[in-house]
Structure formats: C-alpha cells, structure tokens
Design a protein around this ligand. Structure first.
Ligand code: ASP
Length: 345
C-alpha cells in the first residue's frame, strides 16, 4: 500500500476466535485460516482510505483459553506500536472479549487512541457471517479522527452496530449476533447509515503520556451466593490458601444472608488482610451497602461496595490493583474510584 501521511493508520491484532475461522470443505470442521489471506476473505478492506497493518498470533486461540499472560502480551504490542498507529483493532473470540477489554482498559493508563475489540458469532468464511461488518466498521472507527485527533480514546467493543465501553460490557447471548450488553452505560456509538458518536458518553482525551501496566495478580476467589449456601462451601472458598481478594456476588443491591457464621467467616478473612469486593448478581443496577439490613453488616465490617461494576470489570480491576503491590488501604480506595469509566459514582 502507498504511504500517505493524511491517511489514518490502524494496526489489526489477530488473537483468534470464531471470526478468523473457515469451514473445511471436506470435514465441515471450523479451523483458523491463514490471516495473511484476510484481504482475500474481505476484499472490501483494500478499498479503505486507511493504511492497515496486521500482527497475528502464531497460534490463534479460542478466547476460552484467554489468560492474563496474553493480556500482558497485547498491552506490550500496543505499547510498542503506540506512536506508529492512530488506532488499534483486536480480533478476539467473543466468549471472553469483555474480560480482555476490561483488563486492557486498566492496563493502558492515559490511553489517547482507540483500542477496539471485535469478533463474530459466525466465521468470516461463512456467507452469513457477522464478522465482515464488525471488522470493517471497527477499523473505520479506529481510524476516525476529528480535527486530527482520534474520536475514541478508550478500550471498547464493536459488535452488531454498537460501540460499547469495554469495561461496561458482558457477553449475554451465545447465539444472537447482538451478543454484548452494557446495561449500566450507554453505547459510545451506533452504526447505521452513518456512525453516530455519543460524544457526551466518550472518555475525554488526557494530556499525560500512555503508561502501560504489565503486572496482573490472579490470586482472587469468587463467592457467588445462593439461598442455602453452606458454611462448608463458604469457608472452603474464603480460606483458599494464598488468596488476596474475594469477589462476593450478592443479591439485589448487595445483600447477603445475615446468619452469624457467614459474617464471622467474612470478618476472619478481612482480619487476615483479604480484600472483599461486593458486586451484585443483577445485570443492571448497583450495590448500595447499607440500603437494607442485609448489607449494613458488610459495610460495617469493611467489605468494599463495587457500585455498578460488571463481574468482568471487578475481577480485572482487582488483578490490576493487586499487581501494583499497593497497600490494602490504597487498593480499597482505588476500587471505589472510577479509574477508566468502569463505574458510576
Ligand atoms: N469460542 C469462541 C471464542 O471465544 C467463540 C467466538 O469467537 O465467538 O474464541
């Protein structure tokens, strides 16, 4: 491709997932296609007024095998190429896309360029694929500028005509093209005949230089409550050797059983220095500790209220904060703060 300084430059990073698959004509099996042949699959890409470059993982992965080690690799790729490109598009399986988007949002501090994750429910090589539209529009958004400045300055997910803040999303549908939801935050943009940006919802660009964090600590346990949860199970989770934090998935606005043994187990963990973060099992709404008697005890003992954070955001925010070796007081403070637009204060 000819180089022209006015053209936007976008780096495509292919990690794997359904989008990069083709159906074997003989066996019918889905397997990754050679990413170098992408423009053969999507000839429209050649018509773009955007200079595209790509990096493909040597071994594409199904995103169910995603791991913080891969997030670190992705963060480093963005760091190394940050000054060379106007925007980044990450092709990723949809299963754990919200986790990767949330993790990268915390790892890439002071991001002033778009990092857009996209994928598809049907492989590129299938006629009815949703992958072509997702990829083409994600690239267009990643290369979009207003007065020479990127329109989007954050990690987001583009899927089925919507651009959503990555750390507000979760995958809610495994069979519809419209697979992601962001119930507690509006869409950043919607693609119809034109791409309509929701300017007031977008994060404002900052003036500080990009800071890339590459330490993630996954010593975290998750305790999802259900009526009748036993002391045996609760205690086994809370007393998992070596854990530094527990995500408590609670009922409604952050409520739990008020049985004494339950409070006693939590108090023991807090006394040991374990951080407990309360998020709700509800997909919409928020934790308000102290609203009911069934959550007041949590507030008193020092459980941190997770506001309207998704599970994906809560777990990756904790990994990020634990990775920075902060004191437990500092971590609790940061959990309550809105670091990357992940929670509503
Ligand atoms: N299992 C696939 C993955 O997440 C599904 C997809 O790509 O949508 O990698």
């Amino acid at each position: 491709m000819k180089s022209n300084s006015k053209r936007s430059t976008v780096l495509l990073i292919y990690t794997g997932g359904t989008i990069g698959m083709m159906q074997d004509v003989v066996s019918g099996e889905l397997r990754p296609f050679d990413f170098k042949t992408l423009t053969q699959q999507i000839p429209e890409l050649k018509k773009f007024d955007i200079e595209l470059s790509s990096i493909a993982f040597a071994k594409p992965i199904d995103s169910s095998n995603m791991h913080p080690i891969v997030w670190i690799e992705l963060a480093k790729i963005i760091k190394d190429n940050y000054s060379k490109y106007d925007g980044f598009v990450i092709l990723h399986g949809s299963d754990t896309m919200s986790f990767t988007a949330s993790a990268l949002s915390f790892m890439l501090e002071n991001l002033n360029k778009p990092v857009i994750l996209t994928g598809s429910q049907l492989p590129i090589g299938i006629i009815r694929t949703d992958g072509k539209e997702n990829l083409i529009t994600a690239i267009e958004i990643a290369g979009s500028k207003l007065k020479g400045k990127p329109l989007v300055n954050e990690v987001s997910i583009y899927f089925e005509y919507k651009l959503l803040r990555g750390n507000r999303t979760f995958k809610y549908n495994s069979s519809h093209f419209d697979a992601f939801k962001s119930p507690n935050y509006p869409a950043l943009a919607e693609a119809g005949v034109n791409i309509q940006y929701n300017k007031s919802a977008l994060l404002k660009p900052g003036t500080k230089a990009l800071k890339v964090h590459t330490h993630m600590d996954n010593d975290i346990a998750v305790l999802k409550l259900f009526p009748g949860i036993s002391k045996k199970i609760t205690s086994a989770i809370i007393n998992t050797p070596g854990i530094k934090a527990i995500i408590l998935e609670t009922f409604g606005a952050g409520n739990t059983t008020t049985q004494e043994w339950f409070a006693a187990e939590l108090k023991k963990a807090i006394a040991k220095g374990i951080i407990i973060l309360n998020i709700t099992q509800c997909l919409e709404g928020r934790v308000i500790q102290g609203m009911y008697e069934t959550s007041s005890h949590l507030k008193k003992m020092g459980v941190v209220g997770g506001a309207d954070m998704t599970f994906e955001s809560a777990i990756t925010k904790l990994m990020f904060l634990l990775g920075q070796k902060l004191s437990s007081t500092q971590i609790k403070k940061q959990l309550l703060a809105n670091l990357r637009g992940e929670l509503t204060l």
